[in-house]
Design a protein around this ligand. Structure first.
Ligand SMILES: [Ca+2]
Ligand SMILES: [Ca+2]
Ligand SMILES: [Ca+2]
Length: 386
């Protein structure tokens, strides 16, 4: 919220109905997310001099879209200036034509397997196609991906993100979901664990952590978009601060919990939340981080670079950011990258990086998942320095 100017003329509040002498309160942001250094939505409310609310003041209408406000330069200085993509400028398709259709939205590469979440409630297990891209595994019932279900065996999670823990696929595949597609108007911000060892053609979650009541409310299709897992070893070594205790993060203070912390990106606010998800089903929020972008569509922990990638889709012109734990124990933005100049502004909702084992001559592959399946392709490959 910014200072409240006194209305000195009827026109100054963008409406002829304002009362002279009243205060116009100009609010920046949505009231939940921390202010970043990007433009934020604004709203204005009129109050009497004694503080009684009068009415919201309708913004001017026209062809410029929603009003936004750019914070002062002191805020902008908190994040680095955007720089060119740290890798090849060109990208190429990395899947067959129209293999997936729309809604491919989350990626996680684990060596020779790419896990892909499709937000129509489907999980794919992909293997190398021999030409630098990926194709569906045809064994184990994976040929067309597997439909996902909630623990009850019913429903269809709006599955936008996918990750593994340090135990690999044997420890379960973890999917972030923002709602049950059968109840599309209701938020259900959940992390779901799936046992992928069987050959059945449907996957029923073996655990659900429903975090909805622990988080600010968002639109039902503006919830969890990205998920990643960061090992306790890194967080402890970096002096990560646990916001729930106010002290340094101590994994031993929690019950059995996969040996790491899940970080979840919220599309509607651009916020990133850190959660300890215990095997028992209990959960604790230990971090709330502003990614500084209008939205977060993917999160990816990069073990080689010891950095957290946050990715926004075409809403932010495909901006990528990296974050690391700073000396105060909180994740801070260390770099802001524009998308590769050779890649159009696709609706990229998924992003993954190859491991250090694929780092050759200073470059390794990265992949994007395009929710809109532009040109009949949902996967693209580029490179990043390593
Ligand atoms: Ca999506
Ligand atoms: Ca969705
Ligand atoms: Ca996503």
């Amino acid at each position: 919220m910014t200072a409240a100017p006194v209305i000195t003329s009827a026109a100054s509040a963008a409406s002829t109905a304002s009362t002279m002498g009243n205060a116009a309160v100009h609010r920046v942001g949505d009231g939940n997310a921390s202010s970043g250094d990007d433009a934020a939505p604004v709203s204005t409310d009129e109050y009497t001099p004694s503080g009684a609310p009068v009415r919201p003041v309708a913004p001017p209408t026209g062809d410029t879209g929603a009003l936004t406000d750019t914070p002062p330069s002191t805020l902008a200085a908190n994040s680095p200036a955007p720089v060119a993509w740290p890798g090849g400028a060109s990208v190429s398709t990395a899947d067959g034509s129209n293999v997936f259709g729309e809604d491919l939205s989350g990626l996680h590469q684990a060596g020779g397997v790419m896990w892909a979440a499709q937000n129509n409630g489907r999980l794919w297990r992909l293997i190398p196609n021999g030409s630098g891209g990926w194709k569906p595994d045809t064994v184990g019932g994976w040929a067309s991906g597997k439909p996902l279900r909630f623990p009850s065996g019913s429903g269809a999670p709006d599955s936008e993100g996918v990750t593994l823990t340090g135990s690999g696929a044997a420890g379960g595949v973890f999917v972030s979901s923002e709602r049950n597609s059968g109840s599309s108007g209701t938020s259900r911000l959940s992390v779901l664990r799936y046992d992928v060892s069987g050959s059945g053609t449907t996957l029923t979650a073996t655990k659900e952590w429903n975090l909805t009541s622990d988080l600010p409310s968002v639109g039902s299709n503006l919830g969890f978009e990205g998920v990643t897992w960061i090992p306790d070893d890194y967080l402890v070594g970096a002096g990560f601060a646990d916001a729930s205790t106010g002290a340094a993060y101590n994994p031993g203070g929690y019950g059995a919990h996969t040996g790491g912390v899940f970080f979840l990106g919220v599309e509607g606010t651009g916020m990133i939340y850190g959660y300890v998800l215990q095997d028992s089903g209990a959960f604790t929020r230990i971090a709330a981080i502003s990614g500084g972008m209008a939205g977060v569509m993917e999160l990816q922990w990069e073990p080689q670079g010891l950095r957290l990638w946050a990715v926004c889709d075409n809403t932010c012109n495909g901006q990528h950011r990296t974050l690391k734990v700073d000396t105060s124990g909180t994740f801070a933005v260390t770099a802001v990258y524009n998308r590769p100049t050779g890649m159009p502004n696709y609706n990229n909702e998924g992003f993954s990086l190859a491991g250090a084992d694929e780092c050759v001559n200073g470059f390794k592959p990265v992949y994007w998942a395009d929710d809109a399946n532009d040109g009949g392709h949902a996967l693209r490959r580029g490179t990043v320095t390593c």
